[in-house]
Design a protein. Structure first.
Lengths: 277, 167
């Protein structure tokens, strides 16, 4: 296979990953690494570098729209970015001296966990009456648009959420994925924020988190232009189209199918690394 | 009197909504929040916040378009030049020195390497979130919000370390 054929195939694969990632809300990044490694046979370090770049691109594109619509909580995002950026640098540094086998196993576990999380019901507006003094001091409580006008919400357990975000940052730096699933977990389950705010704020933070590990990846030679180009140019329009189609689409069946794909990819990665292919 | 106060501190394009505005979000206590679960009160965001949102939204949109255009341009030249060669991604060799640092990439672009043009586009992409943090930093300084100025400074410090000091 020559570079032109390879680039076209990777472009098609990435476009599909971006489309499905946006439709299911899991993000394209989580599929790009297993797609490149187990389908295209790319070394995991190149795959991680290309995935990271595509994650920044989609995060920026989507965040632009979400900010304009008023869903994103800018202060909350910026505050939690402290945790994710420091985590990401640590993760990227760990990635440079961890074996490829260990990276593969960690990624497989994250894939399985993401598949599990995507099946969990989402809290549209969690019960949340407690006022948190730290959230108050940091002005984290905000509002978001609903069909009935702006709705206010409170932010709970700021320190707990901050800690989970640090872990999300490490995973993001380690594997070149947005780890949006973990970010949403921190905000949905720990901080009790409405689902729409947590997804959009998580998305807002992903680009900065990924940029923090991008510097380390670039210096170590993980970011290959020839591979990153079709991945980025494929995921971006795919995600954009997915976001357009998403309005009114029934995603339940898609989520289940996608979860099976994730599980299959995870098992194949573990199998490959154990057999030593 | 109340309306006058609200007009100075709050921005609203639809002035008839101002009359229903009772409290700033910062001052909301749990009772108000509970009340709002039943009936939502029309609230507007402060002007400074709206300006920041509009600015960041445009930065992200046009930034990602610019980066994609550069990557696409570099990609076309790259495929024309190297499209028929065989792929080498199965094993990790690392990238040549010229593609591993911001300064190296710019030098390589000037020397006419097509893969460096793609890498330049990726570099633009990575720099957009950094610019976003810089804009937030100055906005918070202007608003005399020193807590968030400091928070932005920490994030910027981490990014600077990753992109400039660590390599």
């Amino acid at each position: 296979m020559n570079i032109l054929e390879f680039s076209l195939l990777v472009w098609v694969g990435s476009f599909t990953a971006g489309l499905i990632g946006a439709l299911t809300g899991l993000g394209g990044g989580v599929v790009i690494v297993p797609l490149l490694t187990s389908v295209f046979g790319v070394d995991i370090r190149y795959a991680v570098g290309a995935s990271l770049v595509s994650v920044i691109a989609t995060s920026l594109g989507a965040a632009s729209t979400y900010i304009k619509k008023g869903y994103t909580n800018l202060r909350l995002g910026m505050f939690l970015e402290v945790a994710t950026t420091f985590g990401a640098i640590l993760g990227a540094l760990i990635a440079t001296f961890v074996s490829v086998k260990a990276l593969t196993i960690v990624l497989a576990i994250i894939l399985l966990y993401s598949a599990y999380l995507s099946q969990q019901p989402k809290l549209e507006n969690p019960e949340n009456d407690l006022s948190n003094p730290v959230a108050e001091y940091l002005q984290l409580n905000g509002t978001y648009p609903t069909p009935d006008g702006l709705m206010s919400y409170q932010v709970n357990s700021v320190t707990g959420g901050f800690s989970v975000m640090f872990v999300a940052g490490i995973i993001s730096g380690l594997l070149g994925i947005g780890s949006g699933a973990f970010k949403v977990l921190a905000m949905d389950q720990v901080m009790r924020i409405p689902f729409k705010v947590s997804t959009t704020t998580s998305n807002f933070m992903i680009s900065v988190t990924a940029a923090a590990s991008a510097g380390v990846y670039l210096a170590r030679g993980y970011i290959d232009p020839g591979l990153s180009m079709p991945v980025m140019l494929g995921v971006l329009p795919g995600a954009f189209l997915g976001a357009r189609v998403l309005v009114g689409a029934k995603t339940q069946v898609l989520r289940i199918v996608f979860s099976f794909v994730l599980v299959a990819m995870a098992l194949k990665m573990v199998y490959n690394s154990l057999v030593g292919v | 009197m109340d309306n006058l106060d609200l007009n100075t501190s709050w921005f609203s394009s639809t002035s008839e909504e101002i009359g229903t505005l009772q409290l700033q979000p910062e001052e909301q206590d749990s009772d108000i929040a509970a009340l709002q679960k039943q009936q939502t009160i029309k609230i507007e965001k402060p002007e400074s916040e709206q300006k920041l949102e509009a600015l960041l939204s445009n930065l992200l949109k046009y930034g990602v378009l610019l980066a994609s255009a550069v990557v696409l341009f570099g990609g076309i030249i790259y495929l024309v030049n190297y499209g028929s060669e065989t792929i080498t991604y199965r094993f990790f060799y690392g990238e040549p020195e010229r593609l591993c640092s911001p300064v190296g990439i710019i030098k390589a672009v000037l020397d006419g390497y097509s893969d460096a043009v793609i890498q330049l586009g990726l570099l633009i992409l990575v720099s957009i979130p950094v610019i976003r943090v810089v804009i937030s930093l100055f906005t918070f300084l202007k608003l005399r919000d020193f807590t968030y100025f400091f928070i932005s400074l920490l994030v910027l410090g981490a990014l600077t370390y990753s992109l400039i000091i660590a390599p």
